[in-house]
Write a protein that binds this ligand. Structure first.
Ligand SMILES: O=C(O)CCC(=O)C(=O)O
Ligand SMILES: [Fe+2]
Length: 308
């Protein structure tokens, strides 16, 4: 199962074939693996570098400072989560990662660690939003929808920037220990920025785990559960996981989860339903689905703590 690289740099050009070609490449990738590497999205490199720098500085703070902005509930989905604060695969030990999660970063007023952190996060959030809108436009065309169909349903309420740190020099306590347990993402698409250290793996249709390479200037983009439902299973929501960081090198990554606004009804799209392929999923609401999934991973982490 190859993960293709797709170059979006023609998106704003006058090339009349560009969008059609991108739509066909994206459609193929999302049907086959649910993952693609995208280059040429106009996301400012300085803003990305600043976001990584800011994440590194924050995670290096003493625990008591980080706890000043601690994550309190899945509804806000905002703030600092300590090591093993999330348990993505309840059959494995809790995740060896810490995270700073920022739902709807532009409109969040509370719990920011400091102004500099907030400014750089908000600026990167806007850059990611811009890139994501291009990808959503191409996906809409691939699914025979008006170009702004998905953009109108992703105004930001559930769009979430998340800094991730997989610390080095922690000896995994068991072979089953992971940096992030096997999971599928919950929403529409995820943009994932890596920072020179690989570790992400995706599962192929035979159940093998394949390494996702770290390619300079390429963003990993995958489809999540709600897109799987929306497209009546045409686009995959592929299981993936992160190996624990090596003892020498920490791993930093930034995820940008592009999830629909809470009230959006997710019903199989007409272009994905036919007499031969009837709708496989009952309609659901985006907000409820996302909230239930986040809460389940927090509950699993809390349960693991109680029993340890
Ligand atoms: O750190 C990574 O590479 C992936 C993280 C991930 O899959 C997630 O946060 O959903
Ligand atoms: Fe993920």
């Amino acid at each position: 199962m190859a993960i293709p690289t797709i170059d979006f740099s023609c998106f704003d050009s006058a090339d009349p074939c560009c969008l059609e070609q991108l739509a066909s490449q994206v459609d193929q990738a999302l049907r086959n693996s649910g993952f693609m590497m995208i280059t040429g999205l106009a996301i400012d490199e300085r803003s990305q570098a600043q976001a990584f720098e800011s994440a590194k500085q924050f995670f290096a703070l003493p625990a008591v400072d980080k706890d000043n902005s601690r994550y309190t509930n899945s509804g806000d989905n905002f703030g600092y989560q300590q090591l093993q604060g999330e348990h993505l695969d309840p059959t494995a030990p809790a995740d060896l990662k810490e995270a700073f999660t920022m739902r709807d970063a532009i409109n969040q007023r509370n719990h920011w660690p400091n102004t500099e952190f907030r400014t750089s996060a908000q600026s990167f959030y806007q850059q990611c939003m811009f890139g994501a809108q291009q990808v959503l436009t191409v996906m809409a065309l691939a699914l025979e929808l008006p170009g702004d169909f998905f953009n109108q349903r992703h105004l930001g309420e559930n769009i979430t920037l998340r800094y991730l740190h997989y610390p080095a020099s922690l000896q995994p306590c068991s072979e089953r220990q992971l940096g992030a347990g096997a999971h599928t993402d919950y929403g529409t698409i995820t943009l994932l920025f890596q920072h020179g250290v690989s570790g992400l793996q995706v599962q192929d249709k035979q159940g093998n785990w394949l390494d996702v390479p770290c390619i300079d200037n390429a963003i990993v983009i995958n489809t999540g559960d709600l897109m799987h439902r929306w497209s009546n299973g045409r686009y995959r929501s592929t299981l993936h996981r992160v190996k624990p960081a090596s003892t020498e090198r920490p791993r930093y990554a930034i995820a940008f989860f592009v999830d629909p606004d809470s009230d959006i009804a997710i019903e199989c799209l007409p272009s994905c339903v036919s007499e031969q392929q009837p709708a496989r999923f009952v309609p659901t609401t985006a907000g409820q689905h996302i909230q239930d999934k986040i809460q389940a991973s927090l509950d699993a982490a809390n349960a693991a703590k109680e029993y340890s």
